[in-house]
Design a protein around this ligand. Structure first.
Ligand code: ADP
Ligand code: GLC
Length: 474
């Protein structure tokens, strides 16, 4: 099949979160299955600086953008180049706030992708767009470029990676991104007096997917629906959940240059060296038989529930464990964690940074891995943790619930520990269960083995996407 992938980020070019991992690994899996995949990304300043040699595929003499091209793992990656919109020091904004031109920037990006298909003379079977940044593709397809035979018959798939980010702008944005003002009504893009880009994906794509089956159900309820649960219920026939995979070549403890020693499910000896290396990196004295280490690697956003962890520390601190946190994001959470690290220096090691090398050391060196999210569309870190033999302790929401099985000491089945309530009490209970298992080497061995041998590869999920693509294209 001929597949167009539209995303505002993809590893290794530009990344702020899991979307980048997915937009890199899924196209690769599809290409490896023999399909022709074009991936479109903005030509951000970070890309320009880190990949200065990307050949120009189309010079924008007659239009507002140029196209750069790269090839990676069988995927043709096309960058939409427009210095005004994308040659900026950020992807979406800074700690001070969102880029005030995000509406125009990503409206422009979405429209340019369709125009680029004409330039490249590529007629896809499927257009697969991700999150609000590329949702307008389906509005342009329907209302402005609709007649174009190049993609008139293409199936449209829109994937929600996070319903809380909706791309909401003032009503005049429609005119500024070249869409008709008549779309400013409730049955189209109007949302509480503003314009929601996300709605274009939800309403005009042929199928809507979420990144886990449980999240697909959750978002159709008021608790998780972010004000769109009614709309999602009305489209429930077109909504399905397909669990993310992980790129098991890029995330392999047997061949990860960032970690101290390689290890595998069959031979865990290297993990000891990784734990010592990790403790050292956080300024703790390395002691291999010492207390268990709980790792955290996270964006610091309310979603991730790390304030719950900070709140739980009064109860947790008497228990013998260490935690190491690599996080970056909202200042109020950084402050809460910094305060926790000051109050409980024995229990909490903190690095406020976006640091992939250190993140990998955390996966490799931790005994447990904590993800106390308030909601989690899928979550990748709990899968990376399982792959690296760190046992996840997670809140049972969204993809966390779908990818972690509660450990049953009697049968030694299961891969981690889950808790229901979004509060410190439930979290503490789950940590207690984890510490119970820590006391028994056979439980720990079973937990690690179960997690490390679980298949999180993309192959199966890619197959599910292909089935959907075929339904739509057929
Ligand atoms: P989300 O996309 O909501 O942030 P995911 O679990 O899907 O959550 O993906 C997060 C990705 O970003 C993972 O690859 C994780 O390792 C990475 N990551 C998050 N925070 C950091 C950080 N502070 N330093 C390095 N990598 C991080
Ligand atoms: C979003 C979600 C996360 C998911 C990622 C990739 O960032 O917050 O749960 O894993 O997208 O789909």
């Amino acid at each position: 099949m001929k597949i167009v992938f539209a995303s505002s980020e993809a590893a290794p070019y530009a990344k702020t979160g899991g979307l980048a991992d997915v937009a890199s690994a899924l196209p690769r899996a599809l290409a490896e299955a023999g399909h022709e995949v074009f991936l479109f990304l903005p030509f951000y300043r970070t890309v320009k600086e880190r990949f200065p040699e990307l050949p120009l595929r189309h010079a924008g003499r007659t239009g507002p953008f140029s196209i750069r091209e790269a090839r990676r793992h069988g995927v043709r990656v096309f960058f939409i180049e427009n210095d005004y919109y994308f040659n900026r020091g950020h992807l979406y904004g800074t700690v001070e706030g969102d880029d005030p031109e995000n509406g125009e920037r990503f409206g422009f990006f979405s429209r340019s992708i369709l125009d680029a298909l004409r330039v490249l003379d590529f007629s896809p079977d499927v257009i697969h767009a991700h999150d609000w940044q590329t949702a307008l593709i389906f509005a342009y397809r329907k209302f402005t470029n609709g007649g174009d035979p190049l993609f008139r018959s293409a199936g449209g798939v829109f994937t929600i990676h996070n319903l809380a980010y909706q791309g909401v702008f003032e009503p005049d944005i429609l005119g500024r991104v070249g869409l008709p003002q008549r779309l400013f009504r409730m049955d189209d893009l109007e949302f509480h007096g503003k314009v929601s880009f996300l709605k274009a994906g939800l309403l005009y794509a042929d199928a809507v997917t979420t990144v886990s089956p449980r999240y697909a159900r959750e978002i159709q309820t008021p608790e998780f629906g972010c004000g769109l649960d009614g709309l999602l219920r009305s489209r429930s026939g077109a909504v399905r959940g397909i669990i993310n995979g992980i790129d098991d070549a890029a995330w392999n403890p047997g061949a990860d240059p960032a970690i101290a020693a390689p290890f595998s499910a069959g031979d865990l000896t290297g993990k000891k060296a990784c734990k010592e290396d990790l403790l050292r990196a956080f300024g703790f004295a390395p002691a291999d038989s010492g207390p268990p280490v709980f790792g955290i690697v996270s964006r610091l956003a309310g979603q991730k529930g790390l304030d719950l962890f900070a709140d739980a520390l009064d109860l947790l601190a008497p228990l013998k464990f260490r935690s190491v946190i690599v996080g970056h994001g909202e200042p109020w959470i950084e402050r809460r964690l910094a305060e926790a690290a000051r109050r409980f220096p024995w229990n909490v090691g903190l690095r406020i940074a976006y640091d992939e090398r250190l993140a990998r050391k955390v996966f490799a060196g931790s005994d447990f891995f904590l993800v106390p999210s308030r909601y989690e569309p899928c979550g990748l870190t709990q899968m990376y943790a399982q792959r690296y033999g760190a046992v996840p302790v997670v809140r049972s929401v969204g993809g966390l619930d779908d990818t972690v099985d509660e450990y049953q000491p009697a049968s030694r089945k299961g891969t981690g520990f889950k808790f229901e309530a979004a509060g410190p009490g439930a979290l503490v209970e789950a940590v207690r269960r984890a510490l119970e298992a820590w006391k028994n080497p056979e439980d720990m061995a079973a937990l690690r083995r179960n997690g490390m041998s679980r298949d999180f590869s993309w192959a199966r999920s890619a197959e599910e996407y292909l089935r959907l693509y075929r339904e739509l294209a057929g």
